[in-house]
Write a protein that binds this ligand. Sequence first.
Ligand code: NDP
Length: 251
Amino acid sequence: MTLEGQRALVTGGGRGIGRAIAGALTETGARVGILGRDEATLRDAVAAGAAADFAVCDVRDAASVAAALGRLSGGHGFDIAVANAGAVETGPFLRSDAERFRRMVEINLIGTVNLFHAALPAMLERRRGRLIAIASTAGHRGYPYVSAYTAAKHAVIGLVKSLALETARSGVTVNAVCPGYADTDMAAASIDNVAAKTGKSRDDALAALLRDNPQGRLVAPAEVAAAVLYLCGASSDAVTGQSLMINGGEF
Ligand code: NDP
């Protein structure tokens, strides 16, 4: 697949799933910009060839996101925008106060909204574009002790479904990619958390997390990136408002 001549933007592109997505898009010939909070991580990703350029930016800040997109695209806009930046906090519902829910909504939902607001106008002008949200299997089903994250990811899916209807005749598709537990810092923190709370070994904690995954394994970031590439190509022109589940068959 070639995306030669296209500009792509990936939030949280310095590490984890975002870095795999940025690297895969770069390999297709797209010019990729990445956003994140940590300059050293972003610099490292660019030095490793995963992206062409970066901007230090907190996706919760709409003005910073808009300014970063303007600078990274040279004012031309992006053909592809991937809202990947996200974070998870765990805890029982009764210890998950409104502030935790706000934090989860701010990073996972509002971060996505800010990117889509900044990227969509240029796409509408060109009558072509790809908006992709990295949501989660937690955007489709419930999990105990992660209610705030799960609620925020369900909201991301609602956004994708609604915006896809608004843009259906404009050449812009809007989709979600929903990984199961994937092999990144985020899943490692969840494994450590389960191990600490239950006294289980890391291997047993991992097995507990993967209990509902029929394949019984972590998803590789490259597998999530492959789904993103599919959604960026011309062969997915008719695919919009969808969630591509990359989760070993978990429901
Ligand atoms: P990581 O924790 O490994 O990476 C998170 C990325 O998001 C980092 O690049 C981080 O950059 C960036 N980020 C976090 N907060 C902000 C912010 N406020 N502004 C800008 N960037 C931010 O997570 P993963 O790679 O695992 O996750 C990527 C996406 O996939 C997330 O949306 C996550 O919810 C989703 N997902 C992950 C799963 C998993 O098991 N790993 C499963 C299902 C979904 P930095 O810290 O440098 O700012």
